[in-house]
Design a protein around this ligand. Structure first.
Ligand code: ADP
Length: 730
């Protein structure tokens, strides 16, 4: 700030001194030369230069009005004290007296016409913009003011042009009145001055347009000025270049005319080349052409810069947004560029926000993936690995980089514990069917060759109704398998150990019952012991069957059997039990053909026995209970046995657990306290091992129907362990 004050004081002192010396020259005390003229103007230019530099330094701290004042003063004074005199020197032909008056005219024009008239009026019209930047003031017509920010530079330029021409006119008039300047010189001076003023007008227009950008920006922020293109860039380009062209061509034409007029006068009306070549004005002419060209080129560069500034701004904005949290700066040209930049800014903002969100989500996902206890593998539709988590890397021994883009089977293949390879893995199945698949009966291998049993869940990734890949979760279940194995072995051993003494006890009870001299109550107690003993043997047998089923494969040994006879004999066998419960059992066979079928008699008997007794057990006794057994053939030729009852039914929420080991529904336990929950589990294993299907339909309180389907070709043979027969109603 002090620098500005110093520069201003210096400038005033210089102007006063210069004015004083001009007066002395005018009163004829000393002869004004071009040298003195140039010295004074040079000193004034230097002082203005210092002022410009100090203003630039203090720029952000200056008020809007001070900034506007600085632009106005510096452009006027630098123009009139530097560029215009230079032009005058190049084009004017004056004597010492006239030069004194010219110098005097330049000196007063700046403070009086430029500073007093032009600057004060320009600042008065500038006043509304200052209000915008003053906090707390609401504008009633923000849009009108916005339009004024666009018009102000144009009006200013036009006004400046007018004032300059008037200034030139007054200065010239003064020369004519006091120094006897010829009229023709006077006209030339006004035309030349007007032309050169055009350059100044364009300069001020461009500078103020850029300068008012911050006012426009503020208006848009504070008042929702609609995003409209207020003017077209093309109009602006055409306007500015036209004015520049008029200025340059006009000036050149004028100087050319000046030189030629002089030469023609000297040559007595004829234009001779030798006179032209020797004319000192030709040198001046060349210098003037140079000046005009320099000015024009300077303006074109300035204008080009102003226009491309927005583009550079945009690329800087894009670069800025590459930085995390980078904001998009605004472009304030109030034309298509601004609209474009705003659009780009918004898009870039959205994109960078989205990118940050994705980055965060990715980090979050990675943290979740890697902290999961399960191994995770994501594959594309060709089972090529897209990504794995740390747990998968640890279990399989390969890294994400090694997996990436290669099929999973290059690293590990699903193999059954007995060494047989899995034809269709969970992954293949899910990719083929598009549904979730669970498997827990095969193994995977680590890079070092160690195999381990796994529980795998695979789910398809579906995009636009197309399977694009799959996600597979798996874990090493070595421990679970070992515990299961130990449990099975324990059950097996415990059952064996229990069965021997139990059988012996039952045997002794039988012996005791044969005794003749027992009282009635002793006999009845012994019978109760026999029933309990038999139940215990059944339970132990059932447990033994479960442990056998879990330890290895079930032996299925089909032989040609008459299915109708098998069912009939079973129904007959169960009739006493049914009657005891007040239940009616009806067997119905469809009209289809029932040739002898390869069947493991003992296994199927066990399954049907369980279904029949369940149907009787879970029907309310003595209340019209009825079991309907039906044998028929499906359209495909398979044999379907259905067992329908009108009993308690199975609640909806328990249906998925009916075939589970030891599962019994609450209501079933009330209706029939004795039961193991193993019958259906064993039945399902038997039917599955022999290639058939078992399922049911039920309505709670209304009844249940179980279905068993045996393939057309009968039960499939398979080697393995025998099962003991278990009668659940013993
Ligand atoms: P258990 O009969 O010894 O309980 P099961 O494995 O044969 O064992 O049956 C399991 C469970 O399935 C039963 O406890 C019962 O809840 C249900 N259930 C089986 N059959 C029927 C049926 N016909 N009606 C209603 N519930 C049934």
């Amino acid at each position: 700030m002090t620098l500005i004050v110093t520069a201003l004081v210096g400038l005033s002192a210089l102007t006063t001194l210069a004015g004083f010396s001009m007066f002395r020259a005018l009163s004829g005390d000393f002869v004004m030369t071009w040298g003195v003229f140039a010295l004074w103007l040079g000193l004034l230019t230097a002082a203005n230069g210092v002022l410009a530099l100090s203003v630039r330094k203090a720029w952000p701290r200056l008020s809007l009005r001070a900034q506007a004042l600085a632009i106005l003063w510096l452009s006027i004074s630098l123009w009139y004290w530097t560029v215009a005199p230079l032009f005058f020197f190049l084009s004017m032909n004056v004597n010492a007296q006239q030069l004194s008056w010219t110098a005097f005219a330049f000196l007063w024009e700046v403070p009086v016409v430029g500073g007093g008239l032009f600057i004060s009026l320009a600042l008065a019209a500038f006043y509304p913009f200052e209000r915008v930047l003053r906090a707390g003031k609401r504008l009633s017509h923000p849009e009108a003011l916005y339009r004024w920010t666009l018009w102000y530079p144009r009006v200013l330029a036009a006004f400046l042009f007018l004032v300059s021409v008037v200034g030139y006119g007054l200065g010239t008039l003064q020369l004519r009145l006091f120094a006897g300047w010829p009229l023709v010189e006077q006209v030339k001076n006004i035309i030349g001055g007007g032309m050169i003023s055009l350059f100044l007008a364009v300069f001020l227009y461009l500078v103020f347009d850029i300068f008012l950008g911050k006012v426009r920006e503020r208006l848009k922020q504070d008042y929702a000025i609609p995003r409209v293109i207020w003017r077209h860039m093309s109009t602006r380009v055409i306007l500015v270049t036209t004015v520049l062209m008029i200025g340059s061509v006009g000036l050149l034409g004028f100087i050319a005319f000046d030189a030629l007029q002089f030469v023609i006068q000297r040559g007595g009306g004829t234009l001779s080349l030798s006179i032209l070549a020797n004319s000192e004005l030709v040198n001046t002419f060349s210098a003037a052409v140079g000046l005009v060209l320099a000015l024009t080129v300077g303006f074109i560069i300035f204008f080009g810069q102003a226009l491309t500034k927005a583009l550079r701004f945009l690329s800087a904005a894009v670069a800025e947004t590459q930085q995390p949290g980078g904001a998009v700066p605004a472009v304030r040209t109030a034309d298509e560029l601004e609209a474009l930049s705003q659009l780009l800014g918004d898009t870039i903002g959205d994109l960078s926000r989205e990118r940050n969100r994705l980055r965060e989500a990715k980090i979050e996902n990675e943290a979740i993936f890697d902290s999961m206890g399960e191994a995770l593998v994501v594959v594309d539709q060709n089972t090529c690995v897209i990504r794995v988590n740390q747990q998968a890397e640890r279990l399989l021994g390969w890294t994400q980089a090694e997996f990436s883009g290669k099929p999973l089977k290059n690293f590990t293949r699903a193999i059954y514990p007995n060494g047989r390879s899995v034809e269709v893995s969970a992954l293949d199945e899910t990719l083929a069917l598009g549904k979730s698949i669970f498997k827990d009966d095969y193994t995977y291998a680590h890079k070092n060759g160690r195999r381990f049993p796994v529980a795998v869940t695979a789910a398809a990734l579906i995009l636009n109704q197309k399977i694009v890949g799959a996600v597979m979760l798996f874990r090493d279940i070595t421990r679970e398998k070992a515990i299961d194995q130990a449990k099975t072995e324990f059950v097996s051993i415990a059952s064996h150990q229990l069965r021997t003494p139990l059988t012996a006890m039952n045997w002794y009870v039988e012996l005791l019952l044969r005794e003749q001299n027992l009282t009635d109550s002793q006999r009845s107690d012994l019978k109760k012991i026999r029933i309990r003993g038999q139940r215990m043997v059944q339970l132990v047998n059932a447990l033994l069957n479960v442990s056998r089923l879990e330890a290895g494969r079930l032996k299925v040994n089909p032989v040609p059997t008459d299915l109708v006879e098998l069912i009939n004999s079973l129904v007959d066998e169960l009739l006493p039990f049914a009657h005891q419960r007040g239940c009616q059992v009806i067997f119905h066979k469809s009209d289809d053909e029932f040739p002898d079928l390869p069947i493991d008699r003992s296994l199927l008997r066990q399954v049907l026995h369980n279904l029949f007794t369940n149907a009787i057990k879970y029907s309310p006794s003595g209340q019209g209970a009825r079991v309907w057994v039906q044998l028929e053939r499906s359209p495909a030729g398979a044999y379907v046995i259905s067992v329908q009852d009108n009993g308690i039914g199975i609640p909806e929420n328990l249906r998925s657990r009916i075939f589970d080991k030891f599962f019994r529904a609450d209501k079933a336990m009330l209706a029939e306290p004795d039961g193991t929950g193993l019958g259906l589990y064993v039945a399902k294993k038997i039917i599955a091992a022999s290639g058939g299907k078992i399922w049911f339909e039920s309505t709670e309180g209304r009844g249940t129907t179980f279905f068993v389907e045996i393939p057309k070709s009968g039960m499939q043979e398979q080697g393995g362990v025998d099962l003991a027969f278990v009668s659940p109603h013993a």
